[in-house]
Design a protein. Structure first.
Length: 357
């Protein structure tokens, strides 16, 4: 985490670019030669068959965007997907969804786990049936997956801490946390907390466990502000679900001041959705970390295709500005680029949030 960044930039990928880049990578891997140190080796398989795609929820603009990218990236990879399934924020339903798709005869699964521990039951079902799984966005604590496609979530908390710490000399800051049953929520929270303690000891960190729920975030922030009207900064771990309720709560209390105005509460978010960019342009929030919805879909399809062909990977730098790392569990994770977005670069056309129609 400290001293580690996540790639150089979050590129815009057209379907044509995806087809060329991924097709070339597969061809090189098949020859046993690729620019990736984390290259593929092949154990057989033709990669044909239906692929099931399971979403964690669709109430967030981030996941709505990911869902829109899936069929485009599947087409570019020649992956035949079933209609996506929405687990609606219910870990138990997600296991049922996995089982249902396995019963439909899928040959591969791309899953965005809701609960890092609970997902093991679904992964075990897939392993028993010989169906490879790629996890997107969240790494499982245990279980077999061909690859986790994800950004370095510790870097999210670190980047938010560094930004707020440089804006606020001292005072209270709050992190509106995600679900701590998810490794994402845990890593972002721990990294932010640790970074503030080490680098900005004059800041006092308050915390709101919000479980990726907008209503919970709004209610708890309202209560916190009643007791702490002198709050100086906010770190939102998921702009897709926390942005609107946070801004509305601040507005209702007369605390929504634009950047540069007296009393402005500095806000850093995570996701990189268009709504966050608009809020940055308006001065309502200061920054966000762009989580690559497009690349999650792209490399989810790339790795499930490779896994269905029997290909395996190893740790090392890739040719797409990321690094494959081996987690303590032994699972491999491709950590994709996730840049900090501020008013200085919010209009960058290569950011996926600026390409969404």
């Amino acid at each position: 985490m400290p001293g580690r960044t996540v790639g150089k930039r979050n590129r815009k990928h057209t379907i044509g670019t995806v087809t060329v880049a991924v097709g070339a990578a597969l061809a090189l891997a098949a020859c046993g030669s690729t620019k990736d140190t984390g290259g593929a080796s092949t154990a057989g398989g033709d990669g044909d068959g239906k692929v099931g795609v399971i979403l964690p929820l669709l109430t967030s603009p981030f996941w709505q965007s990911y869902n829109d990218y899936v069929p485009k990236m599947a087409k570019s990879e020649s992956v035949n997907t079933l209609k996506t399934v929405n687990s609606n924020s219910d870990p138990s339903q997600q296991i049922t969804d996995i089982n249902n798709q396995l019963n439909q005869g899928v040959k591969g699964l791309v899953v965005a786990p809701l609960d890092s521990a609970a997902i093991e039951a679904g992964l075990d079902q897939a392993e028993r049936k010989g169906v490879p799984v790629v996890a997107v966005d969240v790494a499982p604590d245990k279980g077999k997956v061909a690859m986790v496609v994800r950004a370095n979530n510790k870097a999210y908390g670190e980047k938010a801490c560094q930004y707020l710490g440089k804006q606020i000399p001292s005072g209270k800051v709050v992190q509106i946390m995600g679900d701590l049953a998810s490794v994402n929520g845990r890593e972002r929270s721990e990294a932010f907390r640790s970074c503030v303690k080490t680098n900005f000891p004059k800041l006092k960190v308050l915390e709101i466990p919000a479980k990726w729920e907008s209503d919970t975030a709004a209610a708890k922030l309202d209560t916190l502000l009643n007791a702490n009207p002198d709050l100086k900064g906010i770190y939102m771990q998921a702009g897709g679900v926390y942005l609107a309720p946070t801004l509305q709560t601040l507005k209702s209390k007369g605390l929504l001041k634009k950047a540069g105005q007296s009393g402005h509460i500095a806000i850093v978010s995570n996701d990189g959705i268009p709504q966050e960019y608009d809020a940055i342009r308006k001065g309502e929030i200061d920054a966000t970390v762009s989580q690559p919805a497009d690349l999650y879909a792209k490399y989810g399809m790339y790795y499930i295709k490779a896994a269905m062909q029997g290909k395996t990977f190893k740790p090392g730098p890739t040719d797409h500005d990321s690094t494959i790392v081996k987690l303590p569990s032994g699972i491999l994770e491709d950590q994709l680029a996730a840049p900090l977005v501020t008013k200085e670069n919010v209009d960058d056309p290569e950011l996926w949030g600026n390409t969404v129609q």
